[in-house]
Design a protein around this ligand. Structure first.
Ligand code: ZN
Length: 314
């Protein structure tokens, strides 16, 4: 295999969101469309929100074009599009409660789109924060009556969450990010979302559309247990690529660099986000907020500094 030793740095795309906070520009220094920018699409080949390569041989190319024209950079994935999407989300207000379909349902009902499996790493949150993950209905009949009768308080399952927690959101899982959460999200490259409940809020004077029928089709009953959905990643060894999760669509890693760390990039590709701190990768300076891809065959990686990295691969 030829050695791809060039790191692909991404130019992130930030979006205005009515619920967005100010941390993407205040803390991460991203170029944002306005103060309330809730999402940074850090490693994205999604249509309309493609990242552009910032450096080197492929400078100026969209990640989606790079995927089409230089597939050798991404190894053997068996995928027809860049499979992952990495975002940083800064929610100043709570987001609507959602659920995503799996591949089979999306294929049949959403023009052949993939489904959406996603996961969150909590970068920061208020003390005593709670997220919505799962629901309390024991049977499908109970789920239907709770939704039809708007018994949201009974239905929705809030779970306590702390900085450094990891949350896996399988398709069919009712979920929502709450106010004050700063998270790194890794997901399938898909945007199919069904809105279950929006707290009866109005936008431009009217409630946003809900997708109750499709939500009822896809919500899993009973929900996965809290223990199976969320866990703390505190206390993992430093200077190691610790695998947090491995499933059908992605594997997620956490590395806390303190001083010096080396590892081998042996995956088809590795998407990496610098979530805290600063340092170097193979002599190239890195700062908080940078996102890059280590291509196939990259091999030995040397990191220096004080950094929190979250990485994903397939
Ligand atoms: Zn979601």
């Amino acid at each position: 295999m030829t050695k791809n030793r060039e790191i692909l740095f991404m130019d992130p795309v930030c979006t205005h969101n009515i619920w967005g906070g100010e941390r993407l520009w205040e803390e991460f220094h991203y170029l944002v469309p306005d103060r309330h920018s809730g999402e940074c699409w850090g490693i994205s080949a999604a249509y309309g929100r493609e990242n552009i390569v910032r450096n080197g041989t492929f400078r100026g190319m969209k990640l989606s074009d790079l995927w089409q024209k230089h597939r050798e950079l991404f190894g053997q994935t068996g995928q027809d599009r860049f499979p992952l999407l990495t975002k940083i989300i800064d929610a100043k207000e709570k987001l609507s409660i959602q659920v995503h379909p799996d591949d089979a349902y999306a294929e049949a009902h959403e023009n052949g789109s993939p489904g959406k499996t996603e996961c969150w790493y909590v970068l920061d949150c208020p003390e005593d924060a709670r997220l919505i993950v799962g629901h309390n209905a024991r049977t499908r009949a109970e789920l239907e009556s709770m939704i039809r009768e708007a018994r949201w308080g009974e239905l929705i399952r809030e779970v306590p969450v702390r900085k450094g927690d990891f949350i896996q959101i399988d398709p069919g899982t009712v979920h929502a990010i709450t106010a004050g959460m700063l998270i790194l999200e890794t997901q399938q490259n898909s945007d199919i979302t069904y809105r279950v409940y929006d707290y009866d809020r109005l936008s431009d004077g009217k409630p946003r559309e809900l997708h109750i029928g499709k939500s009822l089709d896809v919500i899993r009953v009973p929900a996965k247990t809290v223990e199976d959905s969320i866990f703390s990643t505190q206390g993992l060894p430093v200077n190691r690529l610790n695998q947090l999760y491995a499933g059908q669509y992605y594997r997620i890693f956490k590395a806390q660099v303190q001083g010096e760390m080396t590892f081998a990039q042996a995956y088809p590709f590795l998407s990496v986000s610098v979530c805290e701190g600063k340092g170097y990768i193979d002599g190239i300076p890195l700062v908080k907020g940078e996102h890059f891809i280590l291509p196939a065959g990259y091999g030995a990686v040397r990191l220096e500094g004080e950094m929190l990295l979250i990485a994903s691969g397939v």
